[in-house]
Design a protein around this ligand. Structure first.
Ligand code: HEC
Length: 138
């Protein structure tokens, strides 16, 4: 039943967005489910603007060599970033890297690791949802 539902959602999305310009971010049911799972624990509706601010902030509290998300992901979500070791990181914007934020395990793992590196703590469900909303709008 769930698979059938998914198929209908995908088919509907394909009809709705199929002919639209490629600048419109591609909807993905797995990503939507992940964002929804954070929404149940968040106090406010998610905001792409707050997500952008989080992405660009230098909050302090983390490791001195990684002051910001942009240290590795680069200042534009539309462009590739690189790890401290110089390995390429595909753009975070879902319009550029369509597989972004579609695997819960991967999303959890990297939020945990990267938020600790940058802020010295885990991101809250609110911050995670804001961040994913921003990247989904890009
Ligand atoms: C030390 C380098 C580094 C910093 C700093 C960093 N990231 Fe990342 N991030 C990575 C790498 C490497 C990956 C995994 C490779 C990939 O997904 O392309 C990743 C992946 C992710 C993912 C999973 C992407 C997916 O497709 O599921 C999320 C979410 C994420 N980062 C969020 C953040 C946030 C939020 C910050 C700032 C608080 C941040 N990152 C800061 C290196 C970094």
């Amino acid at each position: 039943m769930k698979t059938l539902h998914r198929t209908i959602v995908i088919a509907t999305a394909a009809i709705l967005f199929g002919g639209a310009s490629s600048s419109i971010a591609v909807a993905n049911p797995a990503r939507d489910d992940i964002i929804k799972s954070f929404a149940t624990q968040a106090e406010m509706p998610f905001s792409a603007e707050r997500g952008k601010a989080l992405f660009e902030a230098k909050p302090g509290g983390g490791k001195p060599e990684t002051p910001s998300c942009t240290t590795c992901h680069g200042t534009s979500p539309l462009k590739a970033g690189q790890t401290r070791a110089g390995k390429l990181i595909e753009p975070m914007a879902v319009s550029k890297t369509s597989g972004r934020f579609t695997e819960l395990k991967k999303v959890r793992k990297w939020f945990r690791r990267n938020c600790k590196s940058v802020m010295g703590r885990e991101c809250t469900p609110q911050e995670k949802g804001d961040f994913l909303t921003y990247m989904s709008s890009k």
